[in-house]
Write a protein of this length. Structure first.
Length: 707
């Protein structure tokens, strides 16, 4: 392959010194610590082009691994642009695609045939359900999801059934079910996504001649987002790099935020130990953000102990300091952010260049409600709008049916959710009868229950469903509507259905259902609320070329906007309650890395907001400003006074201790919770037993003594 000097110089001449060194250092292990916005993809492409143009290897002798198909496609396109032609034979793709490519070459070594099928998660659950039924495990008590979760976790750790050790909390006969599942896949000539690497690891371990073949073939290995690798991916790379050690990994330990899905930050932290003599190059010049934003982010992340260390800098000037604003509650927070967005928009900044980043999905509802009233167009990235989510639509269907019993669309949606043994054939028969008789589905069901037209379990299930519905309808006029909604979700079995589901999404779905109950509290009655939802959904259908982006901080990694609003920086929200209550220092450090990622999404201006109180899943809670606010260097932030809501910190690493003005036994008043009695005083935090809402821990600034 011959290239003109123009091509060769173009991909190296525009790199800064550290980028140039990283792209040109081709021999031996190399760790490129690439901070946020430092041009890591550019370096990877330049290094790959340099290997090929220098004749160090043929395309088929280079392995380049990414985490997403989108990233792989971008690399291919940019490499084609640099090289002036499409490069064929390159092993460039995701871990799964590379694993599948190797497995297709040697399927017989793990008991598969050449034409094996790769099954999706739905097929995986179907196979597991069949095995559970054969084992006589009760389908209601032992659903397939917990087994799928365990199996996928074990595969991410590179563990075959024979290597799994029993542990507490494991589903009944889990290891045996795993073994049967693997055997069943072998019989039907199939592999799931986890197998694509697990089987390759098995081949490498048991067939050293084949491992040696790939070690000789891949003279150079390049890995993107190394901080996000799990154990199986790590082992895969270690096997292949043992021959020559020409492995280059690019990553940022400060952006490792996926520990909850198996990513192991230790992989990048111990790279120098795993590959003795490894060279480390730090990319610290940021091309995205201003100096104050980088200073705030760097000062915050410096509080983490488990990191290799680097300091971002920029030539773009200091810019504006990070603005911090305290609000009374989440509704006021959403309104203030909306007003600020409108201010920028009037000055000519497109909605497309602004975003709101939250820690948890339930936070988006307040913004959706506020933006509808302000007529601000928005889109939810990485998830549906609140009222479009499956669990919310299901719950709304129950409510619609209670208010309007002849709503066939609502009934059809939830008649078998959770499963009641109502099959498609039965439902089709009910539809035909309803159309022929010109009646609603519910009327047909009630009539058929009284006759002999429905038999056995189907009749009993529908009878129980109708009785529940009639009971809920009877409660509609004299039960607080938010209490009725919670009762419906519990008594229908819908809440339990998601509690038993062990998928990653289930916890978020339960949070959203609690948020729905909280939302309903704000309306006069159920019909008013349902009408409001209809208007929200209609507003969502209107198209607009410009939209504010609302997403979680996890979903924002890799993106950037001119102005970024970071909402909900309170203890228990961010950092999350799990990281505080159940977690370890490792969990808290991952939360801090998430804050770092959020801040470094902003190019020109970052805002951080917190609320003095927030309704979380139906419960009003007095909020303590996030500890992360105290960790931001004061020279890079600007606090906007308002509502007397300055956080009880002075942006120092320690809070100021002072005698409390309250004593145990004092009678106090809170604007949200009403009257109560002080039970305990801990510096500026006061535990109060409120007359109507029970025990709460409150910052003393929000209490008034009424003795």
């Amino acid at each position: 392959m011959t290239l003109s000097p123009v091509h060769i110089s173009s991909y190296l001449d525009h790199l800064n010194p550290e980028q140039h060194e990283a792209a040109a250092s081709l021999e031996g292990p190399l760790l490129i610590l690439a901070g946020a916005g430092t041009g890591k993809t550019r370096v990877l492409i330049s290094r790959l082009a340099h290997i090929l143009t220098e004749g160090k290897a043929w395309p088929s002798e280079v392995l380049s691994v990414t985490f997403t198909n989108k990233a792989a496609l971008e690399m291919k396109e940019r490499l084609t642009h640099i090289m002036g032609e499409e490069i064929r034979g390159l092993w460039l793709g995701t871990f799964h695609s590379i694993g599948a490519r190797i497995l297709r070459r040697h399927p017989g070594l793990v008991g598969l045939q050449d034409n094996f099928t790769i099954i999706d998660p739905d097929d995986q659950l179907r196979v597991l359900k069949q095995i559970l039924e054969l084992e006589g495990l009760d389908g209601k008590k032992q659903t397939a999801q917990p087994y799928a979760y365990c199996i996928n976790t074990w595969k991410d750790r590179g563990l075959t059934p024979s290597k799994v050790l029993p542990s507490e909390g494991m589903p009944e006969k889990a290891i045996d079910i795993y073994a049967q599942y693997q055997e069943r896949l072998r019989v039907v000539n199939a592999a799931d996504f986890g197998d694509l690497l697990l089987h390759v690891l098995t081949i490498f371990q048991n067939h050293l001649d084949i491992l040696a073949q790939y070690q000789r073939q891949f003279k150079y290995i390049l890995v993107d987002e190394y901080q996000d690798t799990n154990v199986a991916q790590y082992l895969f790379l270690r096997f292949l790099a043992q021959g020559h050690s020409n492995i280059c990994v690019v990553g940022d330990d400060d952006q490792s935020i996926y520990g909850w899905r198996g990513a192991e930050i230790g992989n990048i932290l111990r790279f120098e130990k795993d590959f003795p003599g490894a060279k480390v190059i730090r990319l610290e010049q940021n091309y995205r953000s201003t100096g104050h934003i980088l200073g705030a982010a760097s000062g915050l992340i410096a509080h983490n102990k488990s990191r290799l260390g680097k300091t971002l800098w920029t030539e773009q000037g200091d810019g504006e300091r990070v603005i911090i604003k305290g609000l009374r509650d989440a509704r006021e927070e959403a309104r203030w952010i909306g007003d600020t967005i409108e201010h920028y928009h009037r000055k000519g900044l497109s909605y497309n260049h602004m975003s709101i980043l939250v820690r948890a999905g339930f936070q988006t509802r307040e913004f959706e409600e506020a933006f509808m009233s302000l007529a601000i167009p928005y889109r939810i990235i990485g998830g549906l709008r609140f009222y479009e989510r499956q669990e919310i639509r299901d719950a709304l269907a129950y409510l619609r049916l209670i208010v309007q019993p002849h709503d066939d669309l609502a009934l059809e949606r939830i008649i078998n959710v959770p499963k009641r043994g109502i099959g498609k054939t039965t439902l089709q028969g009910l539809h035909v009868t309803a159309r022929n008789q010109g009646q609603s589905l519910l009327l047909v069901i009630k009539r058929m229950i009284q006759s002999d037209e429905l038999k056995g379990k189907t009749r009993l299930s529908l009878l129980e469903f109708v009785q529940n519905l009639e009971r809920w309808q009877g409660l509609l006029d004299h039960t607080p509507h938010h209490e009725l909604v919670k009762r419906v979700l519990d008594e229908s079995g819908y809440t339990d259905m998601w509690k038993q589901d062990k998928s990653i999404e289930s916890a978020g779905r339960l949070e959203n259902l609690k948020e729905l109950v909280a939302a309903i509290r704000e309306f006069q009655d159920l019909p008013t609320f349902l009408e409001h939802v209809s208007l929200v959904m209609e507003n969502a259908k209107s198209s607009n070329e410009e939209n504010i982006t609302i997403m979680t901080m996890h979903g924002a990694k890799g993106l950037e906007h001119e102005v970024v609003f970071l909402a909900g920086w309170e203890e228990g929200v961010f950092p999350s309650q799990k990281s505080l209550g159940e977690g370890s220092d490792r969990d808290l450090e991952e939360e801090r890395r998430l804050a770092y990622v959020g801040l470094t999404r902003a190019r020109q201006q970052a805002y951080i907001t917190f609320a003095a109180s927030r309704c979380i899943h139906g419960q009003w809670q007095s909020s303590i400003p996030s500890r992360f606010l105290r960790e931001l260097p004061p020279e890079h932030v600007l606090f906007i006074e308002g509502m007397g809501m300055r956080p009880q910190v002075s942006f120092q690493s320690q809070r100021v201790h002072h005698p409390s003005k309250f004593n145990v036994g004092d009678r106090v008043f809170h604007i949200k919770f009403g009257y109560g009695k002080v039970q305990e005083v801990d510096m500026d935090r006061v535990t109060v037993n409120f007359d109507h809402t029970g025990m709460k821990k409150i910052m003393e600034g929000f209490l008034k003594c009424v003795n």
